[in-house]
Each structure stands twice: as structure tokens, then as C-alpha cells.
Design a binder for this molecule. Structure first.
Ligand SMILES: Cc1ncc(COP(=O)(O)O)c(C=O)c1O
Length: 396
């Protein structure tokens, strides 16, 4: 039998998707599942984006430029300028989702055995991208008790070695919903410059900032221009996860020319989806106002509901559409499987993402789950009732 690579064997499973076979089996049994595990918004994609594809008359579906359509990049740069991010089209590479931008970023700045420091819990697929790139993630723990605020800067400095190539943050955070303050971003900028390492910011949830709090981009800091790399995506902003369009943005010319080599190797990002993404830039502000209002009320409902369950601890998210909840159980993996395999309330159950996969420190977050509030309010209300009842039955 030919052998699978060590790297292949060490690729982590996605904690968000690994329970899918159990969910499929439950659905086959006729069970209704409220999916709180995955960040697939139920919000409608802007019509302007879908119409652009419907109305396009392409005769040859050809490759585009490896960096993406120039017209799209320039319009995107205008959009960023309106968000205090002064970049031009040449500082943007369009990618197949933010996922590919993360891979290009890692490939461009770190070699096998190099290290990237990431506050944990973090977006679980960072583990997969790091493994695929041969990079070691060095976690620095943020805590539920402090709402997952930036860990003390001294904690980062302790971890910096000659192998450290970058600090990677997700802002607003998936899975924590934490939104970094201007002071926190400034502190990170200082440390990146002092140690001459990159500050990579995954800002795919930029628009999802609640309670009137402003999002602060790493790209807005002028002195960070050689050190900052921004990852972005249309997936969540326009509820266009299936478009698979994202981008890598940097004012550092070497980063862009290196990432371009990765981009050339995969030829180009998808064509129709770039057309849709370019048109999506015409989406009126009222769309975002409505979406933010909807997510704010979902968040309020979810957090109040979770706080009303005995033994549940939750950090209030300020952005994105996830929260981490600590449950009165020992092992969220076992509990999440039990919910799908054994439990039901009037033939309904819930699916949650066990949070341990969002940490890279072993045995951390074992009693936590990530909950995505991407369902409409009636469904979230029902999901909270199910969780409360399930915890009572589980702990009987
Ligand atoms: C924090 C974060 N970064 C990146 C991605 C990747 O997004 P995509 O590849 O769909 O653009 C996701 C998707 O859920 C995410 O949550």
C-alpha cells in the first residue's frame, strides 16, 4: 500500500465539520437539527451581485489576471479607502476565498519550522493552513473571564524567538467575537515593529461590529506599512460564502510580489464570482445597517438565553457572529456527539462546534463550545430551550 505523507496524517480535522456524519445520520432518522456549529449566514446575498452574474454575456470563460481583475481591485481599493484603509489596486491580490489568502500569506512569510504567534482560541482552520505550510503555531491564551481581550503584550514578547515570523490576529474574532480596541492594535503594531515581524490581520468580519464600536484595521496604521498584511473575504460581508472570493492586501511590495508567485501557480481566481464580488461593492449601506441590526438582536437574544442557563458562562461578543460558551460538562466533544446521536426534544436537537479544536494548547477549552448566531430569532430561541433541556438531561 503506498504511504500517506506525515503532513497529510497530521492535518487536523475541522471541529466545525467533523460532526457532519452524525448530523446526517440524525437527519436520516427524521430529526430536525438547529445548526449552531457553522458560520453560514442565512442572510440573503445582495441582489445586485446575483444580477451581475445573471445578466452577464460571456462567450469564453477565460482565465483572469492572477491578481484578479484590475477593475475589481481598483474598485475594492476605493471601498477600503472609505474604511480608513488607504490602499491601491496594486496592493491587493484577489484570492479564492480568505482561505487561500491565508495560505499565500503563510507561504510568503514563513518557512518550514518557523513560528506564528496567535491568540487562542482562534479560527480552527489556521491549524490546517499552518500544518499545510509546515509552520508551527505558538498560541497565547486569551481568557473567557476577560471576554477574550488581547492577552498582555508581555505574554507575546516572552514567546518571540528567532523563528517567529508573525503575529496573526482575527479581528473581530472568530470564535470569540472579540473586537480589538485601537490601543490593542497599536500595542501589536509596536511589538511587530520592535521585533521586525509581520502583523497579519484576518479582518473578514470587519463590517460586523456592534454597539456602535468602530473596527480598527492594521492597514490604517501608517508606520506599519511594511509589517501589515490584511486578509479579507466577501464570504461573510455579502453572505457570499459560495463565491470563494477573498483577498490579500499589503503595502509591502515584497509581500505582494511573493504572494503573486503563489497566485500565478494557481493561475487565477474564479471569473463569475469576481463579477459578482465587484457588483456587490454597489450594495447600499442600508443593507449593512439592516444586517447589523439583525445580528445585534440575535446576539442579545442568544447571550441572554445562555446566561439564563445554570452553569453556563459566556463572553459577550462585540463583533462577528459567534460566541464561546463554557458549559457545565466535562467534554464538549462527547456532549456534541450525544446531542446528535442520543438526545432529542420533540424530535429536534442542536449541533454545536466543540471548542477544543479552536485552541492549539492541548486540553484547553474542553468544556466549551462555539455557537454561531446565524439562525433567525425564533430558531435561536428554540435552540436555547433545547440546550437548556439537554444539559439537564445530560447531567442527570
Ligand atoms: C476568521 C475567518 N477567516 C477566514 C475564513 C475563510 O473564509 P473564506 O475562505 O470563505 O473567505 C473564515 C471562514 O469562516 C473565517 O471565519
Amino acid at each position: 500500500m503506498p504511504k500517506i505523507s506525515v503532513k497529510g496524517n497530521s492535518m487536523p480535522e475541522s471541529p466545525i465539520r467533523k460532526l457532519v456524519p452524525f448530523a446526517e445520520a440524525a437527519i436520516k432518522k427524521g430529526r430536525k437539527i438547529y445548526q449552531l456549529n457553522i458560520g453560514q449566514p442565512d442572510i440573503k446575498t445582495p441582489k445586485v451581485a446575483l444580477d451581475a452574474v445573471r445578466n452577464h454575456t460571456i462567450e469564453v470563460l477565460s482565465y483572469s489576471h492572477s491578481a484578479g481583475f484590475e477593475g475589481y481591485r481598483n474598485k475594492l481599493a476605493n471601498y477600503y479607502k472609505n474604511h480608513d484603509i488607504p490602499v491601491n489596486g496594486e496592493e491587493i491580490i484577489i484570492t479564492t476565498g480568505g482561505s487561500e489568502a491565508l495560505l499565500f500569506a503563510m507561504g510568503s512569510i514563513a518557512d518550514t519550522g518557523d513560528e506564528i504567534i496567535i491568540p487562542e482560541p482562534f479560527y480552527a482552520n489556521y491549524n490546517g493552513f499552518a500544518t499545510a505550510s509546515g509552520i508551527n503555531i505558538v498560541p497565547v491564551e486569551s481568557k473567557i473571564e476577560t471576554n477574550f481581550a488581547l492577552p498582555p503584550i508581555a505574554d507575546f514578547e516572552k514567546l518571540i524567538t528567532s523563528k517567529t515570523k508573525a503575529i496573526l490576529i482575527c479581528n473581530p474574532g472568530n470564535p470569540t467575537g472579540y473586537l480589538y480596541t485601537k490601543e490593542e492594535i497599536d500595542q501589536l503594531a509596536e511589538i511587530a515593529i520592535k521585533h521586525d515581524i509581520f502583523l497579519v490581520a484576518d479582518e473578514v468580519y470587519r463590517e460586523f461590529a456592534y454597539d456602535g464600536v468602530k473596527h480598527h484595521s492594521v492597514m490604517s496604521i501608517d508606520k506599519l506599512k511594511d509589517h501589515a498584511i490584511m486578509i479579507d473575504s466577501v464570504s461573510k460581508r455579502y453572505s457570499m460564502c459560495g463565491a470563494r472570493i477573498g483577498c490579500l492586501v499589503s503595502k509591502n511590495k515584497e509581500v505582494i510580489s511573493t504572494a503573486m508567485k503563489f497566485a500565478q501557480a494557481r493561475l487565477s481566481p474564479p471569473t463569475f464570482e469576481q463579477i459578482a464580488s465587484e457588483a456587490a461593492l454597489e450594495t447600499p449601506q442600508s443593507y449593512f445597517d439592516d444586517v447589523i441590526e439583525e445580528y445585534t438582536s440575535r446576539r442579545n437574544l442568544l447571550i441572554a438565553g445562555l446566561e439564563s442557563i445554570e452553569g453556563v458562562k459566556v463572553a459577550t461578543p462585540k463583533g462577528a457572529f459567534y460566541c464561546i460558551a463554557e458549559l457545565p460538562i466535562k467534554n464538549a466533544d462527547v456532549f456534541a456527539k450525544w446531542l446528535l446521536e442520543e438526545y432529542q426534544l420533540d424530535n429536534e436537537t442542536i449541533m454545536v462546534a466543540p471548542a477544543a479544536g479552536f485552541y492549539s494548547t492541548p486540553n484547553t477549552g474542553l468544556n466549551q463550545v462555539r455557537i454561531a448566531y446565524v439562525l433567525k430569532k425564533e430558531d435561536l430561541e428554540r435552540a436555547i430551550i433545547i440546550l437548556k433541556n439537554a444539559l439537564q438531561e445530560y447531567n442527570k
